[in-house]
Design a protein around this ligand. Structure first.
Ligand code: B1M
Length: 235
């Protein structure tokens, strides 16, 4: 792979070839090449969101398939994740550059026992870009972290992420704790992560399951619209 890599000049590839090459480079965990590829696509006028979804997220989807099938292992996937994060770091300020007015506040974190954070980071980035103030609690959050953040930050929305079938039930633990404290209805609870679905979201008492970051933004916006309309009607 290294020899082949030496022969490839990313800037000489057309867009389609470059995107495919970036999928390969992500697979190989080549951080610098990913950064270069992201910058080339942006230089060619690509929208940051398209670079994110077509070059990075799609590349990570392919990594996920081979991880599942036992072709890639944790150290290799970690390298891929680091390369993905390097690409995301370039895109983050661009996605946040919309100058949108503050729409609301969200506290988000990956649940206890789970250290996957790429999808959650993406949701945070897109929410910030859409004009939300985002408090990111990071990974492996026990219920106490969510409760403390909610108490301190008084957000409109609580977001939770889980990527493992073994950790997704923990979302219900958090929602049940909100219920016990009598504050469940004070917040919109949005959940997401690859193993979840709409049915699961309903079953645990979340307001909505969000398939991806774009859906998270749209869902959050529509809840904020409803909240503002309600307030206006009550005023
Ligand atoms: Co992990 N891993 N992993 N892993 N890993 C998965 C999730 C897995 C599906 C791989 C597989 O087998 N195909 C599998 C889970 C199987 C299952 O439970 N059904 C798995 C496993 C088994 C494991 C370990 C147990 C492996 C081991 O140690 N033997 C271990 C667990 C560690 C732990 O958490 N305790 C582990 C470890 C790791 C790494 C550390 C190597 C690395 C994580 C690095 C990191 O995140 N910093 C890793 C990775 C990278 C993956 C895959 C390959 C990619 C995940 C990812 O980043 N996707 C993943 C395979 C897969 O998902 N296809 C896999 C890209 C990201 C953009 O998508 O996270 O789905 P996603 O986020 C999307 C949506 O889901 C949604 O929006 C995002 C953006 O569009 N979304 C939300 C997510 N969170 C949201 C929150 C919201 C809204 C929407 O709130 C409002």
């Amino acid at each position: 792979m290294a020899d082949e890599q030496d022969d490839i000049v990313l800037s000489e590839l057309d867009d389609d070839e470059l995107v495919l090459q970036m999928h390969d480079d992500l697979y190989d965990g080549l951080r610098e090449e990913i950064e270069e590829g992201v910058n080339i696509l942006l230089g060619r006028g690509w929208q940051p969101y398209d670079v994110l979804t077509k070059a990075l997220v799609e590349g990570m989807r392919i990594v996920g398939i081979d991880f599942r099938d036992g072709i890639l292992f944790v150290p290799e996937v970690l390298l891929a994740a680091n390369a993905m994060k390097a690409g995301m770091a370039i895109l983050k300020p661009l996605l946040a550059e919309t100058g949108a007015p503050q729409l609301g506040k969200m506290v988000i974190g990956t649940v206890k026992g789970d250290i996957h954070d790429i999808g959650k980071n993406l949701v945070s980035m897109m929410m910030e870009g859409a004009g939300f103030d985002v408090i990111d609690l990071g990974i492996n959050n026990p219920v106490e972290n969510y409760l403390e953040a909610i108490n301190n930050e008084q957000p409109d929305i609580l977001g939770m992420s889980a990527l493992l079938t073994t950790t997704m039930p923990y979302m219900k633990v958090v929602i049940d704790a909100l219920k016990e404290k009598g504050i469940r209805d004070d917040y919109v609870v949005l959940v997401g992560g690859a193993p979840l679905n709409e049915e699961f979201g309903k079953a645990i008492g979340a307001d909505a399951y969000c398939r991806d970051a774009a859906v998270a933004v749209e869902t959050a916006k529509s809840y904020m619209d409803r909240k503002h309309n309600k307030l206006a009607a009550g005023a």
